[in-house]
Write a protein that binds this ligand. Sequence first.
Ligand code: PFF
Length: 448
Amino acid sequence: MAGSRGGFSSRLGFIMAAAGSAVGLGNIWGFPTQTASNGGAAFVLMYLVLAFCLAYPAFMAEILIGRYGQANAVTALQKMSKNIFQKRFAFVVGFGGVICAGLILSFYGIVAGWMIAHTAEPVAKLIGSDDAANWLVAFSFERNLIFTALFVSLTIFIISRGVEEGIEKWSKRLMPLMLTLLLILIGYVLTLDGASEGLEAYLNPDFSRIFEPDLVLSALGQAFFSLSLGTSVMIIYGSYISKSENMVSLGAQVTLIDVSIAFLAGLLIIPAMYVAQAQGVEIFAADGSLLSEDTLVFTVLPSLFESMGGVGLFVAIGFFALMTIAALTSSISMLEGPVSYAVERHNMERKKASIFIGIGIFLFSVIIMSNFESLFGLVITLSTKYGQPIVAMLCCVFVGWIWQRNSLLEEIKSGNESVEDGFFWKIWPVYTKVVCPTAIAMVFLHSL
Ligand code: PFF
């Protein structure tokens, strides 16, 4: 459908790009480690329920806003606003999402840089450069700076090429590669001693924990982060979808892929932790709780790879390359939010906007790196715990309370003529109007 503002060339193009945005460090690192520290399968069950019952409806709201508006988040929301107050509200919500995407990229780029450095470490060992290998995995300002710069440059490179030639083409290349790496690693880890104990912990629910407030809260946060909600990203991706596509099934497919890959990542990480334990690596702290998420990924798993001997070097390369690729297909969507805004609202040329905004976000990452202790956690909390739920909730409010019902129906019918007779149209509008905003607000208030 690539018109003058660009667009995905096919259904598959959108699915790969949106699933690429959704599947990232949140799935491969966040989901398994949160599952392990929140009662294993109980968390998985709650996550599945919340992903389909709350995150999917909110995801639908965002991609529909985008396809209706055929524009960046602010313009799209303003198109459905009827008066000056609604237009201002639209600006706050849309621009809030754009800022949120930029903030997330500023810390995500640092973490993704660590992933590249950890991919390079076994390569340095293979070529016999132990000093370089040690430098690559030691926390230092210089290392963080270089690898964040490298990662952000890759992100800028892809976004500057546009929707079809950049986002779509690279998502179509990287997503299958990522899935292949994931499956190979799962196949290998499951053959090792201790893996079955990990599977047991992952798949056997402790039902007594399922309604623990902290568990519910973490599962909802994880589901929203994973579907990239509340960041303007799904609005802009929705705006690149052809009017002839069935949005209900497209949205369901992306949600299903996202959830399935998180589940698969659990089949890799949790058994791997227990394999590490079987080999004498500590995975639990003295009080019986699981070690922190970053210790698991940057200490426990590398110790496991080391204990595997020569083959461990290749497993380590595969594992951290998997993380890097997953991060890249997500980071491009984070940059596309602000870039599409600058291109469409301020008439900037795409290439210039990509470089300018990419560098701006990188400079903010440098500030975070220079004040790591005080800023890193703060930016994560501000953007993912506050920003994302608030913006996602306001998008639901927009669809439920401001968008005229007939116009909404017309938009969903485009590409799906019979939607009116189906289950989706019977419950989703009320759901978006009342259930989603209330549930998000309740969970949000509780977290305060
Ligand atoms: N969904 C990504 C993940 O799970 O890692 C993170 C993400 C991507 C968040 C894009 C926000 C965003 F706009």
